[in-house]
Design a binder for this molecule. Sequence first.
Ligand code: FES
Length: 111
Amino acid sequence: MTLVRFFRVDGSLDKEVEAEAGQRLLDVAWAAREPLEGACEGVMACSTCHVIVEAEDFEKLPPASEEEEDLLDLAAHATRTSRLACQILLTEGMKSLSVRVPPEARNWMGR
Ligand code: FES
């Protein structure tokens, strides 16, 4: 079980949910009704599932593939700890994972 925390851009906590190992972060975000678009549904053809991972959690993730890096280069507000939520798989050892949803990802719901 992983405790996933979604933060707003201003740093305040939006939601905290429990998720199972093996789940994609994008699916967890959708289930939590987080406004993360994920337009291509995980085939790495957009970058609308971009999230900014907390630095200490970023270390726990396997490195991004070259394709993912290329897409992140195109994502607005990308930082050193940016990842695509469709490429993050929760694992047994991951006790918690905190991510921030950048502004563009939220716009589609008119927030
Ligand atoms: Fe399109 Fe992740 S959903 S790259």
